[in-house]
Write a protein that binds this ligand. Structure first.
Ligand SMILES: [Zn+2]
Length: 345
């Protein structure tokens, strides 16, 4: 086996990746983030750097009013005073100035601070800074948003935010998880189809096979686990690259055994658990070693892993690197945990 020390190098998300992660993986309790994203793109196109909340309210409320016309559900909560104002404006019972004043006073609560949060933590760059000095509340657009506008395919960002916005609205309307949905356009690119993806497949049959390698230890922290279910120490079958990525990687089978490990409950879903984080590189190396072991020991899963990840070890390293790149590009944050017992594999 190749020396794994140098195999996997840290990969940092690009500017485009940060932007897309906000659009795709920011937490949604309201669609305000999409309205803000589209407003930022618009203001950057106009070359604006300092934007008061009064100025920001103009494109921001315009986008929300437009969406409300077609999709009444824009928040997960029962109601919102701000959205009621937008609806009243659409219905002609509120004038434009009152709408803008209401937007300034109510429409930006949370979204200005939450915009840069992805998977529970802020991304390391900012597309704007908040300046709420008493004289005028405003945001300062940073170089990053202007650099974003210079990147290849920058003209698509607006359509991407729109597509995601439609998807989130549709998911709320249908009462299903947005992570289980794909968006498809028909040929003229105008009408939108929403397709619910296959339910998560049952991957637990892999449990015993994986335990042959892990021998009763959590893949991440080496704490003791058991394949017998119903106990405190019962293991979870964990997707190394989170299953929520599946709609974004239609070419890859994330339910494949190459991507499955056994983990203790705290690592898989505890408070400090992995959830939608991308495991640190030491875990990626560990996964690679595990897969190579199963292949070299002529394990029954050998052919499956080869078929899913590549014919040669070099191919398989390249595959895992590619997966790591794509995952960190979308999910941004690395996940790590402390080792709780001696390493045994
Ligand atoms: Zn663990």
């Amino acid at each position: 086996m190749a020396d794994s020390v140098e195999l996997f190098k840290e990969q940092y998300p690009s500017l485009e990746s940060y932007w897309r992660a906000i659009i795709l993986f920011g937490r949604n309790v309201a669609t305000y983030k999409f309205a803000l994203a589209e407003s930022l793109l618009e203001l950057a196109s106009q070359g604006k750097t300092e934007v008061t909340l009064q100025e920001l309210a103009v494109p921001y409320s315009k986008h929300l009013c437009r969406h409300l016309e077609e999709a009444p559900k824009q928040v997960t909560s029962a109601s919102s005073k701000f959205l009621t104002a937008c609806a009243d404006f659409n219905n002609g019972v509120l004038n434009r100035q009152t709408l803008l004043d209401t937007t300034v006073s109510l429409g930006f609560n949370n979204v200005i601070d939450a915009f840069h949060i992805v998977n529970g933590a802020p991304i390391p760059i900012e597309f704007y800074k908040k300046d709420y000095s008493p004289s005028a509340k405003k945001i300062i657009l940073t170089d990053e948003i202007f650099r974003l506008k210079e990147t290849p395919h920058a003209e698509n960002y607006d359509a991407e935010a729109e597509a995601r916005w439609h998807l989130v609205e549709k998911a709320w309307e249908l009462g299903i998880s947005k992570d289980l949905m794909f968006v498809r356009y028909d040929d003229d690119g105008r009408r939108l189809y929403v397709i619910e993806s296959n339910q998560r497949k049952n991957v637990t049959s892999a449990r015993n096979a994986l335990n042959g390698y892990q021998k009763g230890k959590c893949f991440y922290c080496f704490d003791g686990i058991t394949v017998i279910q119903g106990l405190d120490t019962s293991c979870d079958v964990d997707h190394f690259f989170p299953h929520m990525l599946q709609p974004h990687f239609p070419d890859v089978n994330l339910d494949g055994v190459w991507n499955l490990v056994l983990a203790c409950k705290p690592c898989n879903r505890g408070e400090q658990g992995k959830h939608a984080g991308v495991p640190e590189l030491k875990y990626l190396e560990r996964l690679h070693r595990r897969n190579e072991f199963l292949i070299s020991s002529h394990h029954p899963l050998r052919e499956t892993i080869i078929q899913q990840t590549g014919k040669t070890e070099q191919d398989r390293i390249a595959f895992l690197k590619m997966m790591d790149r794509r995952a960190i590009d979308l999910l941004i944050h690395r996940w790590d945990t402390e080792q709780r017992a001696a390493a045994t594999f």
